[in-house]
Design a protein around this ligand. Structure first.
Ligand SMILES: Cc1cc2nc3c(=O)[nH]c(=O)nc-3n(C[C@H](O)[C@H](O)[C@H](O)COP(=O)(O)OP(=O)(O)OC[C@H]3O[C@@H](n4cnc5c(N)ncnc54)[C@H](O)[C@@H]3O)c2cc1C
Length: 460
């Protein structure tokens, strides 16, 4: 092993290899505070260095874990003392912004926030945005096909990447950096790597698709009486928005009440409690026009009994206060000894019945279990948090109840965060055996020695 490390050091230089305390001083993940474990963290500065490192690791059968900002699933970058971490932290350059073509070429270690800021400097927008923006990298976001706040309008990473460069396990560089919106020249190879969780290759560069920067936004919190109103309102607001609808988040009453209760820093804008709350945002370029159309759409919705009450943010501060209710999570820690989170996809029409049934199933398992639900409704994505007490059911028991219910509704066990190690036992619920066979075939073909993120997504 010392031989391999010495050879790798030859490639990346002294500052390209971290060992010992420099590895242990890092957190194992954003979510866990344990020290990181690995033989070493390799930090190549160029694609040539990265390719040469992989070639050596491949020859030696050395397991490698690609590392971005480490904000993905708790076990996405899980490692042992045997693993070699391959960090993109010295490959963060923004190489080019093409204002006419509305694209940006970046190295995969670029931090999302830096990408946002650079796009704004050119009057453009990179529209994928999420809470981890200060740490997550474009490479990690591509590897997990990250979504975020505006998927409804702009799509997930799959829709935002025009081209990419990736290095296969044996060091082969696949350069698919064409960067055209339309490119029907054979298989779309970039899509193989997007969402592959670092199991098929290490993404090193990307051409990102930008949009015109919206300069106006308007947002409202809406209270509704029943789920029929929720779905009718989605249709109404989408039509009325004429392309401006950016976010439509739905919060079930228990989630909203906890986040606006006396123990929370946030307050409900409504005097009464309602079964569902919607946070809706439109974005555009003309402040007055956007606001006028938004108010009119809400007034029509009220007249047609599609909503019960609504509060429109009158300032940026008020907008942030409304979003803070949806993003808050601190009160959960006060009420429960532990929580278990799930991120699932379902048909919108099934969501209400699914949540009712899951509450019943969880109550049968433990009558003190509490289900908190919010979702990116229009994306068909629900986030579920199960609040538990010390003597409550085990992690595995809760998982079984939740995923059995997801299976009953033909849902997907992961909407945003991928499979990693955590969900691989449940992957067959969401994919057909023939699909899993094809995935394994791809893995064996592109990474025959199984060195990249071994054991993630499925076992070979
Ligand atoms: C506060 C918070 C909010 C979040 N909100 C959202 C959200 O709204 N929507 C959403 O989709 N996700 C969300 N996430 C999770 C999201 O998946 C990650 O933030 C991001 O996609 C991962 O980027 P990263 O650079 O941190 O990758 P890492 O965590 O380092 O890695 C994630 C996976 O990708 C692999 N990988 C990393 N870099 C590369 C590369 N260059 N090539 C190949 N494989 C690579 C890793 O091996 C690992 O399997 C959130 C996370 C946090 C902490």
């Amino acid at each position: 092993m010392t031989d391999l490390l010495n050879a790798l050091r030859e490639i990346v230089g002294e500052q390209g290899v971290l060992q010992g305390e420099a590895v242990r001083s890092r957190q194992s993940s954003y979510w866990h505070r344990q020290p990181m474990q690995a033989q070493a963290i390799l930090r190549p500065a160029t694609v040539a260095e990265l390719s040469a490192c992989l070639r050596l690791c491949h020859a030696a059968g050395q397991p490698v874990i690609p590392l971005g900002g480490n904000t993905g699933l708790a076990e996405a970058t899980a490692s042992t003392a045997e693993h070699m971490m391959l960090s993109l932290e010295r490959m963060q350059r923004i190489e080019e912004v093409d204002e006419a073509g509305r694209s940006m070429t970046v190295e995969a270690g670029a931090i999302l926030q830096t990408v946002h800021e650079r796009a704004v400097e050119s009057g453009l927008l990179f529209p994928v945005d999420l809470g981890a923006r200060g740490s997550c990298t474009i490479g990690g976001m591509m590897a997990t096909n990250a979504g975020g706040f505006s998927v409804l309008r702009y799509g997930m990473m799959r829709e935002r990447v025009l081209g990419l460069e990736a290095v296969l396990a044996d060091g082969t560089v696949i350069s698919s950096l064409g960067g055209y919106l339309k490119n029907n020249t054979g298989y779309d190879l970039k899509q193989l790597f997007i969402g592959s969780e670092g199991t098929l290759g290490v993404i090193t560069r990307a051409v990102l698709r930008l949009e015109e920067l919206p300069t106006a936004r308007t947002c409202a919190m809406i209270a509704v009486r029943d789920f029929t109103q929720v779905t009718a309102l989605l249709k109404h607001l989408d039509r009325a928005a004429n392309g401006a609808l950016c976010a439509l988040e739905v919060m079930w009453s228990e989630f909203f009440s906890l986040n606006t209760g006396v123990h929370s820093a946030h307050r409900s804008p409504f005097a009464e409690v309602w079964p569902f709350y919607l946070l809706v945002e439109w974005q555009g370029c003309d402040e007055n026009d956007l606001r006028e159309r938004f108010e009119q759409a809400l007034a029509v919705a009220f007249d047609e009994d599609l909503l019960t009450d609504a509060v429109i943010a009158q300032s940026l501060n008020e907008r942030e206060a409304l979003w803070a209710i949806r993003e808050a999570s601190e009160p959960e820690e006060l009420f429960f000894d532990r929580t278990q989170g799930f991120d699932v996809s379902l048909a919108i029409r099934d969501m209400e019945v699914f949540v009712c049934r899951l509450k019943v199933d969880l109550a049968e398992l433990d009558e003190r279990a509490t289900l908190l639900v919010f979702g990116h409704l229009a994306d068909g994505n629900l986030h579920l948090t199960v609040g538990l007490h010390e003597s409550g059911p085990s992690h595995a028991e809760v998982e079984r109840v939740v995923y059995t219910c997801v299976q009953a509704f033909a849902g997907a066990v992961s909407a945003e965060h991928g499979i990693g190690l955590e969900k691989k036992a449940w992957l067959p619920i969401s994919r057909q055996p023939a699909e899993l066979d094809l995935m394994r075939l791809l893995k064996r073909t592109l990474d025959p020695r199984g060195i990249l993120n071994p054991g993630k997504i499925f076992d070979l």
